[in-house]
Design a protein around this ligand. Structure first.
Ligand SMILES: [Zn+2]
Length: 405
């Protein structure tokens, strides 16, 4: 019995191996898949027949291999056979997208959810409504295989994917957001996953980074300050699933009290609220929201307003301190600043770099490279699409067979 169970699991895993190879490398022949995956040619043939029966792969061409040997049949993935829905929850709105297995967005929408954020059940209502709208917009012949939701706040590595806290939403206790959303979507047959929004954004920025670095530290300011660490191409989640949260790293032992209960956290110096308040734009932030207030700060910086420059100087020194702590410990040299930190980067960057000077006694050449994020407000949404896509590609058996092979 155990053996039968194992062989089903192995077959599912091998199906995923074969489909992922096609997704990553484009149209190819069976022999190439066998060579790349280490599966036998017979096994690849079986897996391909299964994927064809599920409508995920077509065999629609002939590849002539340099005049020698038999022509090989060319296999290609059919991205539109399956769809994923990605939702990004931010403090002001829900972004939602439908994507195919190539990661191409086929539909997207954004809607504000003012008032819902503070109440988990109300937020789950809004997410469920967004997923339903997206599902209606998905191509009718595509199988919905995965819903992935990016949420601000640390996510536990438990089965329930519990949101441990979301201080920026006023959630100071853990919330089983995934279960709340699933209960509102009983008609949904595919898995729902909740991941940290900054981890999703880190993954997207890592893939977009032109240097293809070994590792990336991502620090982004939006509602508060989030972030992530990617090591060797994978998100480093840590012992409890909550690694890469720089917002509440201590900058000063006796600094100002923080919403988290500690003192002197990074967010108290470099968080949007702290920076904008110090720059005299706290009222604009409360009245008009983050986007307009952040724009006003950029304008003030451009005309070299003294209060604005002083606020960014404090933020830059605090960021430099935290970046030195992180990169010194992990020996990572690529730091990407996202959210409003990317917008303010022309002024923040020099302050941060100045903070590094003279701090490299052991390895003088090892200075972290700090760059602004490339993907803007879309980073988390693109990352959660990629996360859902990888999960779907790894388990093609979630797409039913259309006919018997
Ligand atoms: Zn804190």
């Amino acid at each position: 019995m155990r053996q039968a169970h194992d062989s089903v699991a192995v077959r599912r895993r091998n199906l995923g191996l074969v489909l992922r190879h096609m997704a990553d490398n484009g149209p190819c022949a069976r022999t190439e898949i066998a060579a790349a995956t280490g599966l036998s040619h017979a096994s690849v043939t079986t897996m391909v027949a299964d994927l064809v029966a599920r409508g995920l792969v077509s065999e629609d061409g002939v590849l002539h291999g340099g005049g020698r040997g038999r022509p090989r049949r060319l296999l290609r993935m059919i991205p539109r056979r399956a769809a994923t829905i990605a939702v990004q929850i931010s403090s002001e709105q829900l972004r939602v997208a439908v994507a195919d297995l190539a990661g191409t967005i086929v539909w997207r929408d954004a809607a504000p959810h003012r008032g819902a954020a503070g109440v988990p059940a109300a937020l789950a209502d809004a997410v469920a409504a967004a997923v339903r709208r997206a599902n209606t917009a998905a191509p009718p012949d595509a199988e919905l295989v995965r819903v992935a939701v990016a949420m601000a706040g640390p996510i536990g590595d438990d089965e329930a994917q519990t949101v441990l806290a979301a201080p920026d939403f006023g959630w100071l206790r853990s919330v089983r957001l995934r279960a709340l959303i699933a209960a509102r979507l009983p008609e949904l047959t595919c898995p729902i996953e909740v991941i940290n929004d900054a981890n999703a954004a880190t993954l997207a920025e890592y893939h977009a980074h032109p240097a293809r670095p070994r590792g990336v530290v991502y620090i982004a300011a939006g509602t508060g300050i989030g972030g992530g660490v990617v090591l060797d191409g994978r998100i480093h989640t840590g012992s409890h699933g909550i690694a890469g949260e720089p917002g509440h790293m201590p900058v000063a032992i006796d600094g100002p009290p923080c919403v988290c209960g500690a003192r002197g956290c990074l967010v108290g110096y470099a968080g949007p609220e702290a920076v904008l308040t110090a720059a005299g734009l706290g009222e604009v932030l409360r009245r008009d929201g983050l986007g307009p207030a952040a724009d006003r700060l950029a304008e003030a910086l451009a005309r070299r307003d003294e209060r604005a420059l002083a606020a960014v100087d404090i933020a830059g020194r605090a960021l430099g301190t935290v970046i030195l702590s992180i990169t010194s410990l992990l020996d990572l040299d690529e730091v990407v600043l996202g959210g409003v930190l990317a917008q303010w980067f022309p002024w923040l960057g020099p302050v941060i770099r100045h903070q590094f000077s003279g701090r490299r006694a052991l390895v003088p050449t090892a200075e972290p490279e700090v760059t602004p994020a490339l993907l803007g407000a879309d980073a988390a949404l693109l990352g959660v699409i990629e996360f859902a896509r990888r999960a779907a590609l790894s388990d093609p058996a979630t797409v039913p067979r259309r006919h018997h092979s």
